[in-house]
Design a protein around this ligand. Structure first.
Ligand code: SPV
Ligand code: MG
Length: 293
């Protein structure tokens, strides 16, 4: 029998499988990604909500998959930490999902997260209409992505059972099916303001796959609660984008009221910081090396 090729696990795979609780920080463009990496985060979440928002779209598949891939490509170009991409539902059936996944690998993604809803999805915090995908159909999406990308892409299956109001039994049945279909990790989502749904799921889960959570709505839960529940990874899913909105609103209001930028100059990043963040120094050295004097 031929030995199966077992490549070294990717950095994202190691993060998800580590015994320590891991954190992924939201990025929606190259600048936010660079800032997250400089702050010390070991991995990024390319958020669908945030990428859509910065493009002026709603998080309901108004942005095309090529726009998402392009945003991921820019993030990958300026960072060296792994990127887990929010692939929504995979933009259609198994065929759309595997095409998008292949393009994400080419763009530099380390993983994709697919949610078990149907295209076009709606953001999980908006309204009550969140029809779930048929389990077998969704498993086909996972398998197609696995077969297409293999070890080049970590595949995260995202459970929307609680979002759709279907409860713990449905979540567990789906999670087991998705693990059998090849998911590398399970993201369990909840929009309650306390972690009760998440903890009920963790209490019943067999730990055959790492669990990822997105504590946007249950934001006041102490992080130690997640550690004790054996959760692998926490995603801070939209906080760079929301911070940018607050900061931009504040600075616009100040400038329009004061008809001057004098008052805010000390409170915002200097242009020098921007040059440093995007490594203008490297361009200077490259010019000396490649441009004739
Ligand atoms: C995102 O960041 O786009 C997510 C998380 O999918 S949520 O907005 O909570 O659905
Ligand atoms: Mg999303």
């Amino acid at each position: 029998m031929l030995a199966t090729f077992d490549p070294a696990p990717s950095a994202l795979s190691l993060l998800l499988r580590s015994r320590e609780l891991s954190f992924l920080m939201e990025a929606h463009d190259a600048l936010s990604a660079r800032i997250a990496e400089e702050a010390g985060f070991k991995g990024l979440w390319a958020s669908g909500l945030s990428i859509a928002s910065t493009l002026g779209f709603r998080d309901s598949n108004e942005a095309s998959w090529t726009q998402v891939v392009e945003a991921v490509g820019r993030i990958a170009d300026v960072t060296s930490i792994p990127i887990l991409v929010d692939g929504d539902t995979g933009f259609g059936n198994f065929n759309n999902a595997r095409i998008v996944a292949r393009k994400l690998v080419q763009a530099g993604a380390a993983g994709v997260c697919l949610e078990d809803k149907v295209f076009p999805k709606m953001n999980s915090f908006v309204g009550d209409r969140h029809p779930l995908a048929d389990i077998q159909e969704y498993c086909g999406r996972l398998k197609a992505v696995k077969d297409t990308c293999g070890h080049d892409l970590v595949v995260v299956a995202r459970l929307e059972s609680f979002i759709g109001g279907h409860g713990l039994e449905d979540a567990l049945e789906r999670a087991h099916s998705y693990a059998r279909a090849g998911a590398d990790a399970i993201l369990v989502h909840s929009r309650k303001s306390d972690p009760s749904e998440i903890l009920s799921f963790c209490g019943q889960w067999d730990n055959s796959r790492p669990i990822i959570i997105v504590p946007t709505k249950y934001s006041t839960t102490p992080t130690d609660v997640f550690r004790k529940a054996n959760i692998s990874t926490v995603i801070w899913a939209n906080h760079n984008m929301r911070a940018a909105v607050s900061a931009m609103k504040s600075v616009c209001n100040r400038i329009i009221q004061e008809q001057s930028v004098a008052g805010i100059e000390e409170e915002i990043a200097s242009v020098g910081e921007i040059f440093e963040l995007l490594d203008y120094q490297e361009l200077d050295s490259a010019e000396q090396k490649y441009l004739p004097a």
